[in-house]
Design a protein around this ligand. Structure first.
Ligand code: ZN
Length: 198
């Protein structure tokens, strides 16, 4: 249960468990790596980094101990939050997908659409969130978000789902994003509870 601006957001139990599992799935491997690396350094650190330069040795230790964080993406991949609110503005930004240096430079093939939403939360606070990113030529989700839509994002997922209004007969799963009949309570793809209203 999360209190925000006087309105209480009740997240179904199975979704809460899902969020907790997402966190543990990143934190536990990180902890394991840290303990393994620390053990190796404690036992064989002076053998591996055999030098008289203490400052250099400390630097090597620090670099080694940073590796688990780089591998597991903790903590930056854990930075997310569950939020909901009304869409005030939709920005679709088309850019060249040059995230990777190894990709060919045929730019037209790799144009990317990124959808950003300005969302007004129940306490009146405006937040700016990335809702979708994908190949521009697929034209996916171009009309998925409109001003006035009530949207919801669950911690750790890649989806920002539009909650159904009175005229809708389908509801999108906040975990996997698939479309479900409005009558359903559980997602037919992943089995998680469907959020229909807040
Ligand atoms: Zn689902």
């Amino acid at each position: 249960m999360k209190k925000r601006g006087g309105i209480i957001l009740i997240i179904p139990k199975d979704l809460q468990i899902y969020c907790r599992k997402r966190i543990l799935r990143r934190v536990i491997p990180c902890m394991i790596f840290i303990s393994v690396f620390a053990t190796v350094l404690t036992l064989w650190g002076t053998v591996i980094f055999n030098t008289d330069n203490t400052a250099f040795q400390i630097l090597c230790y620090i670099v080694v101990m940073l590796v688990p964080f780089v591998i597991t993406g903790v903590p930056h991949k854990l930075i997310d939050s569950t939020y909901y609110g009304t869409v005030k503005k939709v920005d679709i930004i088309t850019t060249t997908d040059n995230d990777s240096a190894v990709k060919p430079t045929r730019e037209h093939l790799y144009l990317k659409n990124t959808i950003y939403l300005s969302i007004e939360q129940s306490d009146g606070k405006l937040i700016y969130k990335k809702a979708y990113s994908g190949k521009a030529r697929l034209q996916q989700n171009i009309n998925a978000y409109n001003e006035g839509d009530l949207v919801f994002h669950l911690y750790g997922t890649n989806n920002v789902v539009v909650l159904p209004d009175a005229n809708d007969n389908s509801v999108h799963c906040s975990v996997c994003g698939s479309s479900n009949n409005i009558e359903n309570d559980k997602c037919r793809t992943c089995g998680h509870s469907l959020i229909k209203h807040i």
